[in-house]
Design a binder for this molecule. Structure first.
Ligand SMILES: Nc1ncnc2c1ncn2[C@@H]1O[C@H](COP(=O)(O)OP(=O)(O)OP(=O)(O)O)[C@@H](O)[C@H]1O
Length: 359
């Protein structure tokens, strides 16, 4: 990864770019990403390549935040194809494990001792009522949050705090994250968004990056939209651009193991657009290209947080059901309809009566 210079002091909303010797480059505080504020360089004389805008994350966790983005979005894909999750029991195959994880926000207890294992090759859905801690669980697994107590283990090793605090583990297992809102940079074109990490963290020539971006966009059925801004896309297209960004990778990382996490990938989409995204999630991960190269290489495992029944049925093999901060049921999708677990039954039927209470 290219070392970044420190970020200059924020002053009345305008910051001088620390990469520019001339201090002529002013940073424009702009959109948000990972909850951090972004600034865009518009006139930096020291830009490394002809990229329309570079980004720096400001305030809050600064360098730590940068590492989060680097690790989370650094493209790198494994080549293993997926197998049926329900058959996997070998503990040597565990990629991510939460052990008795507790998490509170202020005095609000969200997770109360969660135990989850994600094995190599699994396609897992995390479901449950609103506010039960599904996204929190995903962020803990991705290393964007640290547990208050309990352990997050990656390939059998306990992660110290956030992913960014444990670069060795971050290197061993790459994590891709597709956020609910797509988390696209509003001021960058679609092509710049999709190629962002390649522009920022590889020495690949510009035309090679453009080719990878084009291939990635084609994989999600969006060829030729490179020059558009995210605001010019529909919600479904934005989600597909976010998927395209998640599958971009450089040639050096072809064999890295990776888990991808999707937070509500089909929320807000009409049924047909949902099916497109669900099929894409399946096909992108399960279909490595014949030579194992290119952005469509297989992903080792993926985890989807969703409320959508169609996504549960089409995109995952195993379900983990969270309720009031605990895993109350888990099993293969085909058992979801037949289990007599009352919480799952109420959720599946949408009934107002049962153990799930809404205030
Ligand atoms: N960073 C945070 N700071 C404070 N509270 C938070 C934070 N993140 C989540 N919460 C709270 O934790 C609870 C669980 O949130 P989470 O997003 O994990 O739930 P969820 O199961 O994904 O919900 P939904 O299905 O509605 O998206 C919510 O009450 C939320 O307000």
């Amino acid at each position: 990864m290219t070392a970044r210079p420190p970020i200059g002091a924020l002053s009345e909303g305008i910051e001088i770019c620390s990469t520019s010797q001339s201090s002529a480059c002013k940073l424009e505080p702009s959109s948000r990403f990972f909850g951090q504020r972004l600034s865009l360089h518009r006139s930096c004389s020291r830009r490394r390549r002809p990229f329309r805008a570079q980004t720096e994350l400001l305030v809050a966790r600064k360098v730590t935040a940068l590492q989060d983005v680097d690790t989370i979005l650094r493209p790198s894909y494994g080549t293993s194809s997926l197998t049926s999750s329900s058959a996997r029991t070998d503990d040597n195959e565990i990629l991510i494990e939460l052990k008795d994880v507790h998490k509170s926000f202020g005095n609000k207890k969200i997770l109360r001792g969660v135990n989850i294992k994600i094995r190599r090759g699994e396609t897992v859905g995390i479901i449950g009522g609103s506010g039960t801690g599904k996204s929190t669980t995903l962020r803990l697994m991705a290393g964007l949050l640290a547990p208050d107590s309990g352990e997050v283990q990656i390939l059998g090793q306990t992660r110290k705090g956030l992913l960014a605090d444990d670069p060795e583990l971050a290197e061993r297992l790459k994590v891709g994250m597709v956020f609910q809102n797509g988390a696209l940079f509003d001021s960058l074109t679609v092509g710049e968004n999709v190629g962002f990490m390649l522009y920022e963290h590889t020495a690949l020539p510009h035309d090679r990056i453009e080719a990878i971006v084009a291939e990635s966009l084609s994989a999600v059925g969006l060829s030729g939209v490179e020059q558009l801004l995210p605001s010019e896309l529909s919600g479904g297209m934005r989600k597909r651009v976010a998927l395209a960004r998640a599958i971009v990778r450089d040639d050096l990382h072809a064999n890295d193991e990776q888990v991808v996490m999707y937070d509500e990938p089909t929320a807000g989409l009409d049924p047909v657009a949902s099916t497109v995204v669900e099929d894409l999630i399946r096909s992108m991960h399960a279909s490595p290209t014949s030579n194992g190269a290119g952005p469509r290489s297989g992903i080792t495992s993926y985890i989807v947080v969703t409320h959508q029944h169609s996504t549960i049925r089409r995109a995952v093999d195993r379900i983990i059901f969270l309720h009031e901060g605990l895993v109350v049921w888990e099993g293969p999708v085909e058992e979801f309809d037949s289990t007599d677990e009352p919480i799952v039954r109420q959720f599946a039927s949408g009934s107002l009566t049962g153990p799930i209470k809404y205030e």
